[in-house]
Design a protein around this ligand. Structure first.
Ligand SMILES: *Cc1c(COP(=O)(O)O)cnc(C)c1O
Length: 441
């Protein structure tokens, strides 16, 4: 993108975009939910399709002039079903993002107070899987299954027992911080024996599913939601797949239940991303994501760090800092940010600390793999991350809650000037500039 007109008309916003482009070029993006949309996706997103009101669905709009908009939305639906191999499913491509997509499913299929079973949030579930501060947790009765305390992986026998005990209407699988594969068929079997609806939120792994690097939820699972901007590499949006028998309820819940006019420029960009995901290069891409994650996990382990569940099968991993000290995720996260490695602090299973001061770091390889990095770079980066984690992981967070913010501020002030930070920051830049950023370079 050249942004010529923007530069003339609004130099302030133009300047900010330039600075952010530079940050993306010089840094290593390792937040596992982030990625780079292609220039073609960005062009569709920035198109005149944003000007059109299209409340309703193709062929049944509340506004005139939607002939071409209908073509866009139908094409997105057709490509979504083809790329995911979702025969016998209906797909709604209008949800504005992953969270409203999940809420629309609950709104469509449940009454307030009904029971949903999902993974405990500090074991890897998403905010919309029943967090007490989220609409989901405030309006529905969430009950949880845990990860196995020893393996830190799903235990399907335990899930089955809990389902029989709690009789949820929906069993929810698909997570935000789980580094292992999910057996969708097993979840679907457990659900159908209990007369429950199975739902998979595959937001994180939808790219891996499309590219054949993870078991598909189709045709086992009843309802599948996904964001389109993570491993799928599209614009920020989401989709809901459902069995035909739920079509009316789901469509009604999205519009008019939760939303007004759909963002058809975004839906066009989703269609572009889906076409890209259908190509054989995309299969190579997602396979490389997993290979890179495994190379990174091996390096971190060899350097003496503990990973939740001992490694990864997908695109992400969690460093457990408790062997150093609980609650040091904020320090390591800050130090990594300072050297230009973006990750995020995260709770680890049974974390004794609260989510703002957790004991883990979550990191992943989708964005770096989009830049063309391979196992060799992962080994280099793994060593840098390990040095930072070993240096700053042992720093104790104050016991007193009111002293924590000040401690973090003081830490940041001092850490910035240390030799190790300066050295690794230079290494990061030197590595990063060698790899172009899709959509920018
Ligand atoms: C990212 C994510 C979402 C929410 O997506 P937003 O677009 O940020 O609202 C929902 N569920 C899971 C599992 C996710 O990882």
């Amino acid at each position: 993108m050249t942004y010529e007109e923007l530069k003339k008309q609004d130099p302030e916003i133009y300047e900010i975009i330039q600075k952010e482009s530079q940050r993306q070029r010089l840094g290593l993006e390792m937040i596992p939910s982030e990625n780079y949309a292609s220039s073609a996706v960005l062009e569709a997103l920035g198109s005149i399709l944003t000007d059109k009101y299209a409340e309703g669905y193709p062929g049944k709009r509340y506004y005139g002039g939607n002939v071409h908009i209908d073509e866009v939305e139908r094409l997105a639906q057709k490509r979504a079903k083809a790329v995911f191999g979702a025969d016998g499913y209906h797909v709604n491509v209008q949800p504005l993002s992953g969270s409203p997509a999940n809420l629309a499913v609950y709104f469509a299929l449940l009454e307030r107070g009904d029971t949903i079973m999902s993974l405990k949030l500090d074991h890897g579930g998403h905010l919309t899987h029943g967090s007490p501060v989220n609409f989901s947790g405030k309006n529905y009765n969430f009950v949880y299954y845990p990860l196995d305390p020893k393996t830190e992986m799903l235990d399907y026998d335990v899930i089955e027992k809990l389902v029989i005990e709690h009789k949820p209407k929906i069993i929810l699988t698909g997570y935000t911080a789980y580094p292992r594969t999910i057996d969708f068929e097993r979840i679907a079997t457990i659900a159908s024996h209990a007369g429950a609806i199975s739902m998979a939120d595959v937001s994180h792994i939808s790219g891996l599913i499309v590219g054949g690097a993870h078991q598909s939820p189709f045709p086992a699972i009843d309802i599948v939601t996904t964001t389109t901007h993570k491993t799928l590499r599209g614009p920020r949006a989401a989709m809901i797949f459902c069995r035909e028998k739920y079509k009316e309820q789901i469509d009604k819940a999205v519009f008019p239940g939760m939303q007004g006019g759909p963002h058809e420029n975004t839906i066009a960009a989703v269609a572009v991303a889906l076409a890209e995901a259908g190509k054989s290069e995309f299969r190579d891409y997602v396979r490389q994501i997993v290979k890179n994650a495994q190379a990174l996990a091996e390096t971190l382990t060899a350097e003496g760090l503990k990973l939740v569940s001992g490694g990864t099968d997908n695109h992400l991993m969690l460093i457990d800092l408790r062997p150093f000290t609980a609650g040091s995720g904020v320090f390591v996260d800050k130090a990594l940010e300072e050297v230009g490695i973006s990750t995020n602090k995260t709770t680890v299973p049974n974390d004794p600390m609260p989510p703002y001061y957790p004991s883990g770091i979550r990191l992943g390889t989708p964005a770096l793999t989009s830049r063309g990095m391979k196992e060799k770079e992962m080994q280099e980066i793994g060593k840098m991350i390990a040095r930072i984690a070993k240096e700053f992981g042992p720093i104790e967070l104050p016991q007193e809650k009111e002293k924590r913010a000040a401690a973090l501020k003081e830490f940041t002030r001092q850490m910035t000037h240390t030799a190790i930070i300066k050295e690794i920051k230079a290494q990061v830049e030197e590595l990063a500039v060698r790899f172009p950023v899709p959509g920018i370079d």
